[in-house]
Structures are given as structure tokens and as C-alpha cells.
Design a binder for this molecule. Structure first.
Ligand code: ZN
Length: 139
């Protein structure tokens, strides 16, 4: 192998956009969505390119957090033992008013089951000092 070859000459993996704005907004109890600068459509997750027009520039904007349940499932296992005390828990996929879908935990059901199509609104759970998770509750 000659000098200059090796790891620096390999093609770099394509890194997706930084999702830090999403989590920074969650800390402030706001839902932020990535909008495509080119076509203006919102999309989650924030992939390396817009799935509609392949533009690679995003702009984060605060969203209403309102939506309706499109699917749901009850999870009886935890990937991480730290979350074992919280199971079973409801995971819903929300069709947001702004367009994209977001998967999150559903809270505030008071023992009743989830209904597809029911209106929900985002809320926030401070998991620890650094992480705030979006959750949804009945609107
Ligand atoms: Zn686009």
C-alpha cells in the first residue's frame, strides 16, 4: 500500500442530518419538524435527503403537535432493562396535522384502549436531566 492510501481514501459514509434540533426543541417542550428547503414538505425521520425531491437541505420549524392515531400497538417487552418497569406500554403512530408520521408513546388513556383516528396532542416527558421524549395524549 502506498502512502496516501488507506482509510482517508475510502468513500465516507453518508451521514444524515443532525437530529439535535429535534431534541433541543423537545427540551423546551416544543415539537420541531424538518422541512425541505426546496419543496417545503415536512418529513420525519430527518433522512439525508428529502424523500419527495432529494434536496439535502432542511429547515426546522415548530409544529402544532396535533394529529390523529393511524396505528397503535401495545409493547410487552423493553429493549433496555431500565425501561422494564414501564411495560406494557402503548406505542402509537401519529399522522401529524403538519404531514409526517411520528411514532411515540401514548399516555393519559386511563385504562381505555386507543381508537384509530382519535385526535391527539403532543406532550413531553422529561426522561432525565438531558433527555425529553415526545409522548401523545388524547386531545
Ligand atoms: Zn423536498
Amino acid at each position: 500500500m502506498s502512502a496516501g492510501q488507506g482509510i482517508s481514501s475510502k468513500p465516507r459514509p453518508r451521514i444524515g442530518p443532525d437530529s439535535r434540533p429535534f431534541w433541543d426543541h423537545c427540551r423546551k417542550h416544543q415539537l420541531a419538524l424538518p422541512y425541505c428547503v426546496e419543496c417545503g414538505r415536512p418529513h420525519l425521520p430527518a433522512g439525508p435527503v428529502c424523500p419527495f425531491c432529494f434536496c439535502d437541505r432542511l429547515q426546522w420549524r415548530v409544529a402544532s403537535g396535533k394529529g390523529v392515531v393511524s396505528t397503535w400497538v401495545v409493547i410487552h417487552k423493553a429493549w433496555f432493562p431500565a425501561f422494564a418497569a414501564d411495560i406494557p406500554y402503548n406505542v402509537v403512530q401519529i399522522e401529524l396535522a403538519e404531514g409526517p408520521r411520528l411514532t411515540a408513546k401514548m399516555v393519559g388513556l386511563n385504562g381505555r384502549s386507543i381508537v384509530v383516528g382519535e385526535p391527539v396532542v403532543v406532550d413531553f416527558e422529561d426522561a432525565d436531566d438531558e433527555l425529553t421524549l415526545p409522548v401523545f395524549r388524547p386531545a
